[in-house]
Design a protein around this ligand. Structure first.
Ligand code: ADP
Length: 328
C-alpha cells in the first residue's frame, strides 16, 4: 500500500525507556509505520545542550535503540539512526540560523524554562535548539511531524523558519512540515502527581524484571483519602486505576472500579493485579529485548544502516539547498 508521506520524530538518548515514553511516544511511533515512511532519530546532539558529561551517551543510545526495536520499530522498513551520524544536519542548521531572528529564539517559553533550569549553563546551543530541530525535520524532506498539542508551537516555529528560507532564496526546496496531532497521554509517575520521568525517579522501566516491576508498582500512591483498608476508595482520582484501564482486561477494570468504591478490594491487591497484567503485557517485549541485547553488534549495524539511508536523503537535500542559496 502506498504510504501517506514521510514522518520524522526525534528524542534525546535518555537510556532505558519508561512507561511514559512508551505510552506517550513509542507506541505511536510503532503504529505510524503502517501508514507512513518513518524516520526516527536519537538526537544525541540535542542532548549536548543539557548533559554535563558524555560518558553515558553511547550506552543510553544503545539502550534506547534496544527499547524502540523491541517495542516494534521495524528497521528494515523505517529509518532508525543517530543524529550525529549525519553531520549534514549541522550545516543546514547553520544556514537556517541566518534566517532566524535571535529575539524570537530567546522569547520562546522552552528557552526561558531552560534558563530557569540551568542558569549556570545557558549555552549557545540552547538558544539554537529549535533551529537544529528544524534542520532535522527539513533535511529529511519530512511531510508530517507527530506532536502533542503542547508541542505544536515548535512545529509552527519550524514552518516559519522554512518560509523565511524559501522566501529569502526564492526557492521551494524546503518543505513546510505539517503537524499531526497525536493524543497527548500524560502518564503520571509513581507519586501520583508529577509526569512520569527519570529525573524524578517516579518511573517504571519497560525493561525492568517482573520482580522489580512489582516492587515499583507497590510504591504507587493511591487515593490519598483512603487511609485504611476498610475505607472506600475513589478510582477516579487513583493513578493505579488509570493504569488498570491501560493494561488490564475489561472485566478486571470493571471489578476494581466497583469493588474499590465499597472497600471490597484493598490497594495492595489492586496494585498486585495491575503489576501482573503489566508484566504479562511486557513479556513479549522483554523477550525480544533480551534477544536483541545478546547481539550488540547487530544493533550497531541497524543504526549504521539507518544512518546510511538517512544520509542519502540528507546529501541530496543539501545539494539542492546549496544550489538554491547560490553558494559558490
Ligand atoms: P525528549 O526531551 O527528547 O522529548 P523525553 O525522555 O522527555 O525526551 O521524552 C521522550 C518522549 O516520551 C516524548 O515524546 C515525550 O512526550 C514522551 N514522554 C516522556 N515522559 C512522558 C510521560 N510521563 N507521559 C507521556 N509521554 C511522555
Amino acid at each position: 500500500m502506498a504510504k501517506k508521506g514521510r514522518v520524522f520524530s526525534g528524542a534525546r538518548p535518555t537510556g532505558r525507556q519508561h512507561l511514559g515514553n512508551y505510552l506517550g511516544a513509542i507506541k505511536n511511533y510503532v503504529a505510524m509505520q503502517n501508514d507512513y515512511e518513518c524516520v526516527y532519530c536519537i538526537v544525541d546532539v540535542h542532548a549536548l545542550t543539557t548533559v554535563e558529561t558524555t560518558q553515558e551517551l553511547k550506552q543510553n543510545t544503545f539502550e534506547m535503540a534496544l527499547d524502540w526495536l523491541a517495542a516494534g520499530i521495524r528497521p528494515e522498513e523505517s529509518i532508525l539512526f543517530v543524529q550525529s551520524h549525519v553531520p549534514e544536519v549541522m550545516e543546514l542548521h547553520t544556514y537556517l540560523s541566518m534566517v532566524t531572528q535571535f529575539g524570537k529564539l530567546t522569547d520562546l517559553p522552552t528557552f526561558k524554562e531552560k534558563v530557569r533550569q540551568q542558569p549556570e549553563n545557558i549555552n549557545y546551543g540552547l538558544v539554537g535548539y529549535p533551529v537544529l530541530m528544524t534542520a532535522d525535520i527539513v533535511l529529511y524532506k519530512t511531510d508530517v511531524v507527530p506532536v502533542g498539542i503542547d508541542q505544536a508551537p515548535h512545529i509552527e516555529f519550524a514552518r516559519e523558519i522554512v518560509r523565511s528560507f524559501n522566501y529569502r532564496y526564492k526557492t521551494k526546496v524546503l518543505i513546510e512540515p505539517q503537524v499531526k496531532h497525536t493524543e497527548v497521554l500524560k502518564v503520571v509517575g509513581l507519586d501520583g502527581k508529577d509526569k512520569m520521568g527519570k529525573s524524578l525517579n517516579n518511573h517504571i522501566e519497560l525493561a525492568s524484571t517482573p520482580e522489580e516491576t512489582v516492587k515499583r508498582v507497590k510504591e504507587m500512591v493511591t487515593d490519598p483519602a483512603r487511609l485504611r483498608r476498610t475505607d472506600p476508595g475513589n478510582p477516579d482520582i487513583c493513578n493505579v486505576f488509570t493504569m488498570h484501564k491501560l493494561f488490564s482486561p475489561q472485566e478486571e477494570v470493571d471489578m476494581v472500579n466497583t469493588e474499590c468504591r465499597k472497600a471490597g478490594i484493598g490497594c495492595v491487591d489492586c496494585k498486585l493485579r495491575f503489576a501482573n497484567n503489566l508484566n504479562k503485557h511486557l513479556e513479549p517485549f522483554r523477550a525480544k529485548r533480551a534477544e536483541l541485547a545478546s547481539n550488540p553488534n547487530n544493533i550497531q549495524d541497524i543504526l549504521n544502516d539507518g544512518a546510511k539511508r538517512a544520509r542519502a536523503i540528507a546529501q541530496q537535500t543539501m545539494v539542492e539547498v546549496r544550489e538554491a542559496m547560490q553558494l559558490p
